[in-house]
Every structure is written in C-alpha cells, then in structure tokens.
Design a protein around this ligand. Structure first.
Ligand code: NAD
Ligand code: LMR
Length: 328
C-alpha cells in the first residue's frame, strides 16, 4: 500500500458529491492500491449535513478510506492536499445560463485559489466543476501564483461522455466504440464537440453517420444544451453524471492515455490552435501517467470547426472581462 493521497473536495455536502465521494473512497478514482484521506470543505451552515455524509462514508467501511477531515475553513480544507476537486458553488436553476452564476460563484474561487496556493502539497492538481467552471478555474489559477498554471483544469469530461452517447445512439454502435472525442472551449452553450476528428469503431464519424446535417445541427446543440435539458427534466442539475465525469477526469489525468485516443480537459491555453493564451480552454489532450498532459497536436480543423472555436473563445474572453476584478 502506498501513502494515502489527500483529496480535498469542496461542496462536499451537495448533490454531486453525494454520488462522487463514495466512489472515490471505493478506489474508483485513484485505483485499488491507493488509500485516500478525504478533506471535505463546506460552508458553515452545511456542516451538519456534511457530518451525515461522513457518517455514511464511515458506515461503508471502505478499506481504502484512511481518514475523513471536515472543515469550513479553506486553509484547513486544502492543507497538504494532492488533489483538489472544486465542486462547491451554486448550481443554475431553470431559465438560467451557466454564465449567470459568475458573480455568485466567482468570488468563491478567489479565496479557494489563495488557500490552495498557501496550503496545498507541492504536487497539487486541481479540477474545477462548479460553474461556470472554465472561468472559475481561471480565477483560482490567478489567485495561486506559486502553483504551476497547468495544475488548474476545469471539467468538460461530462460533455465528452454526452457526445459518446449521442454518437453511439445515432450510429447504433456501443459507447465503447466511440473514440477521439474532443470538446473545445467553454463548458457552456458554445462548446464545440468535434465530430470531424472523432471515430466510431475506428472509422471517421462522418463516414459512419451519413446525416451530416444532424451532426452540424441537432447533435451539437444537444450537447451544448444537455445540462439545461436535465435541469428541465429533473428540476435539478446533473449530479451523478457530473460526479462520474469528475472521477474520470482525475483518474485519466494520472493514467497513460492510449496513443490512438484522447480525453478532453479544459486547461490553460498557451496559444495552441490559435486560442488566446491564458484562457482555460478545453482541448483534446493525452496524459502521460505521471500527472502531466499535453494537447494533441496536428488535428485538422476545417472552417466550420474554426468558426465554432472562435465563438466559444469569444465567450470565454467576455467571461474573463466580467471577472477582471478577481484576477490578480
Ligand atoms: P448543490 O447545491 O447540490 O451543492 C453545492 C454545495 O456547495 C452545497 O452543499 C453548498 O453548501 C456548497 N458550497 C457553496 N459554497 C461553497 C464554498 N464557498 N465552499 C465550499 N462549499 C460550498 O450543487 P451541485 O449539484 O452539487 O453542483 C455544484 C456545482 O457544480 C454547481 O455550480 C453546478 O452548476 C456545477 N456543475 C458542473 C458540471 C460540469 O460539467 N462542469 C456539471 C454539473 C454541475
Ligand atoms: C451540466 O452540464 O449538466 C452542468 O454544467 C449543470 C448545468 O448547469 O448545465
């Protein structure tokens, strides 16, 4: 058995975490040989509910769960953390777009970025789930100047998974046959799920699916508005599928991505594919098994794709303007 990994999770008494924490403790994120210590962060009024979550975690008697720490103090919550999963924040309700949450949730990530900077372990890796997650990750990153920028990521894995399901349904394939799904840009109604470079059973999607109008139209808008559709159907935003995606995001960050596939992560742009440097932008990436990732190079982007990527980039630039006062 290795040394326990300290996993800090915010919003730990909320809906996403109620499905996510148990799976982390069961070893589904860091593997069956890696014990974890959960450092659960909440706001003060939710500490009672958090006690209940911890009681349930304890009652599962997970062999890999070597400890649970609970706090409403971010400095304690991130102390010595190796992985930070920033879920806490308000979800949107019916009729809202994710960007409406910027002013409510943005300031949370200023304080948490500082607390990560001052207290986390040197090898900290951060995934932001709380919306709008790209821009919240940008805020956290700017407030943690001592942490290498590439350690800050935001989650577009749910969009990748949604894309796989839609392409499988349309083509009659199994989701396991869908590979090379790249989500570009913002986790929002402008994200671009790149079907041109995706594959079904090793074949180009555009060969496997003849209905190209669907791919260019309804398919893209379904992915872009899937979160909204779930809120309308469930009366609450996606929770179990989001928790699943967050687990897969972190799991795959520490594994070797197969050389013939990739995963989607929103990461700080260094200008790759012409995107403005410094934005937290979702790209197709490959991970090396040691907690590093690199953007897949040399993908062909036609005019259709370039136009879509420009729209989502422009939206992220606008969001960055809105939170300019939170960026150090
Ligand atoms: P929820 O309301 O059920 O839980 C959120 C929890 O965060 C609450 O328990 C709340 O007390 C806590 N919280 C609020 N401020 C906090 C702070 N400063 N520190 C620590 N905890 C804090 O919401 P949820 O359904 O779990 O969703 C959480 C967030 O995840 C929302 O912003 C939602 O929009 C977002 N989300 C993102 C994705 C994605 O794909 N990126 C998917 C689903 C949901
Ligand atoms: C989702 O994509 O399901 C989440 O971001 C929640 C939302 O507000 O859409």
């Amino acid at each position: 058995m290795t040394t326990p990994v300290r996993v800090a999770v915010t919003g730990a008494a909320g809906s996403i975490c109620y499905s996510m924490l148990f799976r982390i403790a069961a070893g589904e994120m860091l593997g069956p040989d890696t014990p974890v210590i959960l450092q659960l962060l909440e706001i003060t009024p939710a500490m009672g509910a958090l006690e209940g979550v911890a009681m349930e975690l304890n009652d599962c008697a997970f062999p890999l769960l070597h400890g649970i720490e609970m706090t409403d103090d971010p400095n304690k919550g991130f102390a010595g953390a190796n992985v930070a999963m920033l879920v806490g924040g308000r979800p949107r309700g019916p009729g809202m777009v994710r960007a409406d949450l910027i002013k409510i949730n943005g300031p949370i990530f200023e304080g948490q970025g500082k607390a990560i900077n001052d207290n986390a372990a040197d090898d900290i890796r951060v995934v932001v789930v709380g919306n709008p997650c790209n821009t919240n990750a940008l805020i956290a990153m700017h407030n943690a100047p001592d942490v290498p920028k590439e350690r800050f990521t935001a989650m577009t894995r749910l969009d990748q998974n949604r894309t796989k399901h839609q392409l499988a349904m349309k083509s009659g394939a199994q989701v396991a046959d869908i590979t090379n799904v790249g989500i570009w840009g913002n986790h929002s109604n402008t994200m671009y799920p790149d079907f041109f470079n995706a594959k079904i059973g090793g074949k180009a999607v555009t060969d496997a699916i003849s209905d190209h109008e669907w791919l260019k139209g309804d398919f893209i808008s379904t992915i872009q508005s899937r979160g909204k559709a779930i809120i309308e159907a469930r009366g609450a935003s996606s929770a179990a599928s989001a928790g699943n995606a967050a687990i897969e995001h972190v799991r795959d960050w520490f594994q070797v991505t197969p050389s013939d596939d990739w995963v989607s992560m929103a990461i700080p742009s260094n200008g790759e594919y012409g995107v403005t440097e410094g934005l937290i932008f979702s790209y197709p990436v490959r991970c090396d098994g040691a907690g590093n990732y690199s953007i897949v190079e040399g993908l062909e982007l036609n005019d259709f794709a370039k136009e879509k990527i420009k729209v989502t980039e422009d939206q992220l630039l606008e969001e960055r303007e809105v939170v300019a006062d939170l960026l150090k």
